[in-house]
Design a binder for this molecule. Structure first.
Ligand SMILES: Nc1ncnc2c1ncn2[C@@H]1O[C@H](COP(=O)(O)OP(=O)(O)O)[C@@H](O)[C@H]1O
Ligand SMILES: [Mg+2]
Length: 433
């Protein structure tokens, strides 16, 4: 999904870049072209016939051209502005009468040039003798007097100018543009791919996390559901019995629903904590009191497991924070301490304030946490001891909720453990006083 999206963005990026490059080069090209064209046009219009006096009368020269029998005047004036050009004058029917040429070319080419120009519009370009020519046809009726005093009617005046060089310049420009665009596009492609890959990575991670979370949650929900279904089936098989005699199945069903209830509550808590649009509800309250009261409510469980509780809680610390979240945070750690401490173990709770923060530490004796598990215990659904999937085991969501709470309140949570010794969870809330 994300790869597709990324490729779409990449495509869009490339198309836009290409258009920009094209537009920029287009403008440069058009400007160059227009300037060259104007310059050539000016030159073209400046091609003037050399004075008649200088022309050689080639009429008597033997000619192998088609129009050889006619009286053609061909002159070879000096170069004009260092560019190659020629001027052909024809009569109304297009018969070549006069050629003023600054170029040395076979006669046939002049005839071809004239007929091409007269057939194809007033002004255009043509390829002749491996060179590009720009020409313009003008109608300038005039009477020419030959050396022998006979006169001829000139009707068309066709000027040709060699534009091979500018044509070549333009072509070079096009080739350069193509090469530069290509290199630019390749470079931009790799750069944007690199950056889009980098920007898409965190999104992909979040997405993968979320997917994993849903899979885990569904999996965890299945267990209590199957307990309920199995016991319901057992009840159905004994339809004629009294309810009281079937209490065993009903109790299992109750355990199933309770487990489901706990899981759903955990999931909701997590969802709520992670929802950044739900604001932290800050108000001043006495955290010492909360901690003391919570420990008091759990006394029965402590006695049952014969756990010794010691504590040093600094009295009457007032903090400005979200009371519900802090309560939940402490409950999670304290619950775990009870749950994971061995029978006849001990728990020690300390709460103290320093300059700008409060620190709470919950220590319990017991199996501890293996070093390789420590980085993972804050992950959702992670339980270090997989053999412990009995009724009272949790879902591995407690510590991830705790971590989210600490993150939202602005603080730190850390764990220290000695295997087969003790475990200490410490959280620190900053700027709370
Ligand atoms: N006080 C503790 N002592 C030893 N291990 C602990 C303690 N607290 C948490 N753990 C380990 O971290 C895991 C994750 O804890 P938690 O997120 O609260 O999930 P659970 O629902 O299993 O209690 C637990 O399965 C346990 O292995
Ligand atoms: Mg727990």
């Amino acid at each position: 999904v994300f790869k597709k999206l990324r490729n779409k963005f990449l495509m869009l990026n490339m198309v836009i870049t290409s258009l920009v490059i094209l537009a920029a080069f287009g403008v440069i090209y058009a400007t160059t072209y227009t300037n060259m064209y104007k310059e050539k046009l000016r030159k073209l219009n400046n091609i003037v016939p050399v004075p008649m006096a200088k022309t050689d009368n080639l009429a008597d020269a033997p000619s192998n051209s088609v129009q050889g029998e006619q009286n053609i005047v061909k002159s070879k004036p000096p170069m004009l502005n260092s560019s190659l050009a020629f001027l052909i004058r024809t009569d109304f029917d297009g018969t070549v009468l006069l050629i003023d040429s600054f170029v040395e070319m076979p006669d046939q080419i002049y005839y071809d040039a004239a007929s091409y120009a007269l057939q194809h519009g007033k002004q255009s370009t043509v390829k002749l003798a491996d060179r590009y020519w720009m020409y313009s046809v003008t109608q300038t009726p005039e009477k020419l007097t030959n050396a022998d005093n006979s006169s001829r009617e000139v009707y068309y005046r066709i000027a040709f100018l060699d534009i091979t060089d500018s044509q070549k310049t333009l072509q070079d420009l096009r080739v350069t543009f193509l090469a530069v665009s290509f290199i630019l596009l390749v470079v931009i492609y790799y750069i944007s791919r690199f950056y889009s890959n980098r920007s898409i990575k965190p999104i992909m991670e979040v997405w993968e996390n979320q997917r994993q979370f849903i899979a885990d949650a569904s999996h965890e929900l299945k267990t209590p559901l199957s307990i309920i279904t199995a016991n319901y089936d057992a009840l159905l098989a004994n339809q004629n019995e009294t309810i009281i005699s079937q209490m065993e199945w009903l109790d299992y069903m109750k355990i199933g629903t309770e487990r489901m209830d706990k899981l759903i509550n955990d999931l909701l808590a997590l969802a709520k904590m992670e929802n950044v649009s739900i604001m932290v509800d800050k108000a001043p309250f006495n955290i010492s009191e909360i901690v003391i009261n919570l420990m008091a409510t759990m006394e029965a469980v402590l006695r049952e497991k014969e756990i010794t509780l010691t504590h040093s809680v600094e009295q009457n610390i007032m903090i400005n924070s979200d009371c519900n979240m802090v309560t939940q945070l402490f409950t999670i750690l304290y619950d775990n301490a009870i749950k994971y401490s061995d029978t006849n173990g001990s728990i020690d709770v300390t709460l103290k304030k320093s300059k700008n923060s409060i620190t709470c530490q919950v220590k319990n004796s017991g199996k501890g946490i293996a070093p390789q598990d420590i980085p993972k215990i804050f992950d959702r659904f992670y339980r270090a001891d997989s053999s412990r999937t009995g009724e009272n085991s949790g879902y591995g969501l407690g510590l991830s909720i705790a971590k989210t709470i600490v993150k939202r309140l602005g603080g730190e949570i850390a764990v220290e453990s000695k295997e087969n010794g003790w475990t200490i969870f410490t959280f620190k809330l900053k700027d709370m006083l």
